[in-house]
Design a protein around this ligand. Structure first.
Ligand code: SF4
Length: 350
């Protein structure tokens, strides 16, 4: 009886979310020069999310539009990834993940198409092998693009419209000149969307100068090029999504959708965004200062349901900080905001 009441309450109070992002692994076969996985390699905890933990989430998927199996690792390394995707699809969910593309062989592509995966994001940091391979070490541009082309060929053979290919381009100063080619590349691999993201978490001080938002002398140049690419993409019916290029120091809004989405890390911790994932524990650079990188968790799925965690007072109060409907003085919001969010480049709009 008690279990039945608990299940009913969970159902009634479950949040309606736009998406849930689930970190299925922290293992990675790449060594990107900017990634915490590479920079913190001596202390990095490599783990796969066990099926048992993933299954605790299943009752809550009902209230979620999209399930994205992504965290600080390469999802295709988790042997249970296909079982997890199948569970999500059987629940009628839109499902996707982002990959570095290295393991996306023909067999893998066929299985993903047969599963009717909705979105596959491909991570890039250049539109030439020379640039991409220098930044995303351990991954190879030519191989990735050829594998995505094979995926497109199989889709055509099977007359399948999914998965939609998205390109995720990390834009930094030393690869920005290649971004203009991204739309031609997107056409080549039939990508429907390109997301150009910033180096919003700087773990290695040497990389501060690579963040385009730190290159304030050239902000107008970056903006002009980004706007041009956006217009070119629109003519090709491709969505080009980008933020910045400059910082908005007055902003009190989080660029992540923290009010209608959450991240569940490899250990079951429920956290607002990837930057507050407790797997990150080191230092990061913000405005020239080295600050402790500590995680934020509102609860763990091994102990509580997602509904219970979502409805906790401290989590509700946290989300209210980013609610534009709640009118409060900026100073009051700042005084209540966690340090991690106060000192976060994503809050400043990049
Ligand atoms: S402000 Fe930054 S750290 Fe805080 S939730 Fe948003 S993205 Fe995450």
């Amino acid at each position: 009886m008690f279990e039945w009441i608990k299940r009913r309450l969970n159902k009634i109070c479950s949040p309606a979310l736009d998406w849930v992002q689930i970190e299925v692994t922290t293992y990675c076969n790449g060594s990107c020069i900017y990634c915490p996985h590479t920079i913190m390699r001596h202390s990095w905890a490599q783990k796969h999310m066990p099926m048992e933990l993933f299954c605790t989430l299943v009752p809550f998927l009902e209230y979620t539009d999209l399930v994205y199996l992504q965290g600080w690792g390469e999802p295709l390394l988790n042997d249970h990834l296909f079982d997890m995707l199948r569970i999500c699809k059987n629940q009628g969910k839109r499902t996707g993940f982002t990959t570095n593309g290295m393991l996306l062989n023909e067999d893998m592509s066929r299985r993903l198409i047969d599963l009717d995966l909705d979105i596959i994001g491909i991570s890039l940091a250049g539109t030439s092998a020379k640039t991409h391979d220098r930044i995303r070490k351990g991954t190879h541009f030519s191989k990735i693009i050829s594998q995505v082309e094979t995926l497109c060929k199989i889709k055509a053979e099977k007359n399948a419209s999914r998965p939609n290919v998205h390109l995720a381009y990390l834009m930094i100063k030393s690869n920005f000149h290649e971004l203009e080619e991204i739309i031609s590349l997107a056409k080549r691999v039939e990508a429907k969307q390109v997301v150009a993201s910033n180096l919003s978490l700087i773990v290695d001080p040497k990389l501060s100068a690579e963040a385009i938002f730190n290159d304030t002398v050239h902000t107008d140049y970056y903006r002009e090029i980004l706007d041009e690419i956006r217009d070119k993409a629109a003519r090709e019916d491709i969505i080009f999504d980008y933020h910045g290029p400059g910082l908005d120091h007055a902003s009190l809004r989080c660029r992540e959708n923290v009010r209608r989405a959450c991240v569940i890390n490899v250990e079951g911790e429920v956290t607002p965004c990837v930057l507050t994932n407790p797997v990150l524990s080191s230092y990061y650079i913000f405005n020239g200062d080295s600050l402790p990188l500590t995680g934020m968790s509102f609860g763990n799925l091994w102990n509580e349901s997602l509904t219970q965690i979502w409805n906790k007072e401290d989590y509700t109060r946290f989300r209210a900080l980013f609610d534009p409907e709640i009118k409060r003085e900026p100073e009051q919001i700042r005084s209540e905001m966690p340090q991690r969010c106060l000192k976060c480049y994503k809050r400043l709009g990049v």
